[in-house]
Ligand binder design. Structure first.
Ligand SMILES: *Cc1c(COP(=O)(O)O)cnc(C)c1O
Length: 400
């Protein structure tokens, strides 16, 4: 059942290619190159070497024994994407796309970024491959994330503040598409999640699926059986689909995406797309989006900048529609509690994004027998979130 997009790039009714004619050639060129290289032995070997030697893969599957004992139910394992170079799963996708772009003869990478994590990862890959790099970032975000702006510049990238719309992530995506339309010949758009027009959701999914490829082997080695559930947080959905992909055919393995509910799904300050969104077309794809009553993209909110996107990748929308995966909302407060609890019990400071998935594991584990197994993907590390969580708790520490 593990599915692939059909020839028009759709997962059921979701996905597709809703783009201007001027972008069609770029997307077709990318599709053809990817179709070729994904089965090319030397491409795969080069990527594997990069993953292992540069990014530090495979990431560990860690038994969170103290948390397990404290919660008194199912065994909890963490898939430690926080241990990757640059501190999150994003490097998997970025190394894959940068290598692909290089093979296509491109010399320039452009990217969008919200909090700056994907921008920093792309700037890192561009430095490694000796490529030019331009990162589009909402002006509001450049002010909130000055340290990441500095890092991108240090790595040799140009950072372009975007002032249109709400001057945040969705506007940065729109601006990156605009730039790509203007300059296709030497430029690859390194998109940051499983979204956008076909083939991006497939490409990003494939590069991130190394997470579940490893986790499946690692849990079989550790426990001699598959987990009962796999949990991951969902912004656009790349770490989640990467965590789910190699378990989709294993129907006894529950797949659970944890969305950012912000201040609650009954408020306007939320980013929980499956819980509150509707079918729509935006950023080149048909999927679920948070919308106002006129069908305009709604402003979204979460304490977690990485989950603050008003849509969800089309493959998730499909998995939700057929009931193969389920999506649950987790509030800021629950995520902050999980952030603090994980730091205290395991000595691991998880990203506030990942803390959304841990929060749901904390709800679930005590209701399950001790011979049950949960795998929670820790998509990134939480150093970047300490100031925001401190602020949430009413303390102001002089960090950016
Ligand atoms: C960007 C980010 C996310 C959200 O992106 P997805 O595409 O949904 O995975 C989650 N966790 C971390 C640590 C991130 O940096």
């Amino acid at each position: 059942m593990a599915l692939n997009a059909d020839s028009s790039g759709r997962f059921g009714q979701f996905g597709g290619r809703y783009i201007p004619e001027t972008l069609m050639n770029a997307v077709i060129e990318l599709d053809e190159a990817y179709t070729h290289f994904k089965n090319d032995g030397s491409f795969r070997q080069e990527l594997k070497t990069l993953f292992n030697e540069y990014a530090g893969r495979p990431s560990r599957l860690y038994y969170a024994e103290k948390m397990t004992k404290d919660l008194g139910g199912a065994k909890i394992y963490f898939k430690r994407e926080d241990l990757n170079f640059t501190g999150a799963h994003k490097i998997n996708n970025v190394l894959g796309q940068a290598l692909l772009a290089k093979k296509m003869g491109k010399t320039r990478l452009i990217a969008e970024t919200g909090a700056g994590q994907h921008g920093v990862a792309t700037a890192t890959a561009a430095a490694y491959f000796g490529m030019e790099c331009v990162v589009f970032m909402g002006k509001v975000d450049t002010e909130r994330q000055a340290l990441n702006v500095y890092k991108m510049k240090l790595l040799g990238a140009d950072v372009v503040p975007v002032t249109s719309g709400t001057a945040t992530l969705k506007d940065a995506v729109s601006e990156a598409f605009r730039e790509w339309t203007n300059r296709i010949a030497d430029t690859h758009y390194c998109l940051g999640s499983v979204m956008g027009p076909h083939p991006f959701p497939t490409i990003v999914r494939d590069f991130q699926s190394v997470i579940s490829l490893e986790a499946r082997e690692q849990i079989l080695e550790a426990e001699g059986r598959l987990p009962d559930a796999v949990l991951a947080c969902v912004g656009g959905g790349s770490n989640a689909i990467g965590s789910f992909y190699n378990f989709i055919d294993d129907e006894d393995v529950q797949l659970i995406g944890c969305e950012a509910a912000g201040r609650g799904i009954d408020t306007f300050e939320t980013a929980a797309t499956v819980s509150t969104g509707r079918l729509g077309v935006f950023h080149g794809m048909k999927s679920l989006f948070c919308q106002d009553r006129f069908g305009q993209i709604a402003p979204v909110y979460s304490i977690s900048a990485g989950l603050d996107y008003p849509g969800i990748g089309p493959e998730h929308a499909y998995l939700n529609s057929i009931g193969r995966a389920k999506y649950v909302p987790v509030t800021d407060e629950e995520a902050v509690q999980a952030f603090e609890y994980t730091s205290r019990t395991e000595g691991i400071i998880p990203a506030i994004e990942s803390s959304h998935a841990i929060a749901h594991a904390v709800r679930l584990a005590p209701q399950m027998d001790k011979d049950r197994i949960l795998i929670v993907t820790i998509s990134g590390r939480g150093d970047k979130d300490c100031a925001a969580v401190a602020r949430y708790r009413g303390a102001d520490i002089p960090l950016t």
